[in-house]
Ligand binder design. Sequence first.
Ligand SMILES: Nc1ncnc2c1ncn2[C@@H]1O[C@H](COP(=O)(O)OP(=O)(O)OP(=O)(O)O)[C@@H](O)[C@H]1O
Ligand SMILES: [Mg+2]
Length: 252
Amino acid sequence: MTEPIISANNLDLFYGDFQALHDIHLDFNPNQISALIGPSGCGKSTFLRCLNRMNDMIEGVTITGTVKFHDQNIYAPQTNLVNLRKEIGMVFQQPNPFPFSVYDNITYGLRIAGVKDKQKLDETVERSLKQAAVWDEVKDHLYDNALSFSGGQQQRICIARVLAVSPAVILMDEPTSALDPISSANIENTLLELKKNYTIIIVTHNLQQASRISDKTAFFMEGTVIEYDDTTKMFVNPDKKQTEDYVSGRFG
Ligand SMILES: Nc1ncnc2c1ncn2[C@@H]1O[C@H](COP(=O)(O)OP(=O)(O)OP(=O)(O)O)[C@@H](O)[C@H]1O
Ligand SMILES: [Mg+2]
């Protein structure tokens, strides 16, 4: 059996008095795409942010339980958050490139880490943009402002920016919901390529997208995981009535 790369256990999260996650147990396998689905407000983004401690920045949050990355509990006090977020990168719903050149966006993480070697930076820019399937579109414009590209191109530039620091896991929160269908299809194809080398956990409201690209699907409702299984089973023959109702479009 494959060892999970990330494993959440007994995970509870409170925003002040409000409990947003209830006893979550989920394992994610390497080199797979896992989709998190469920109605608005069910805790998908909250859970995703737990996986690289992005909730730490929100005031009044209490988290109990564990999230292991390989064998290490990321909530242990000795965790280095900069290293953690390099290993577990994140792409958001709205493309959010920095307002400077494509080249400087992609090399940002490496330069923060002290890399100055021009050849290494150049190679990383080319590799990351190629992996994010946007190289052909931007290669002659590397010094143009990243904000001058289309939304779909900007999102792939943001994916390249995450890939530049060679993470193990990429968390994505509705990465295509602000994009047109063609740009979304480009990103979906990119993700299918990327899973050969990376582990991807993606929140999506687009059930067709989840069924097209993911290996596993977790269905959340009101802060709990109702069902988590192979995507084919979740969409064709789920165990729980709530899952069946949701994936067949009866609510949500
Ligand atoms: N910073 C916060 N402070 C207080 N409550 C919050 C905060 N962020 C989220 N919540 C609450 O936690 C619950 C889960 O929210 P979350 O954003 O994780 O849901 P979601 O499944 O991502 O929804 P959507 O599909 O609309 O993005 C909701 O009830 C929400 O109102
Ligand atoms: Mg959300």
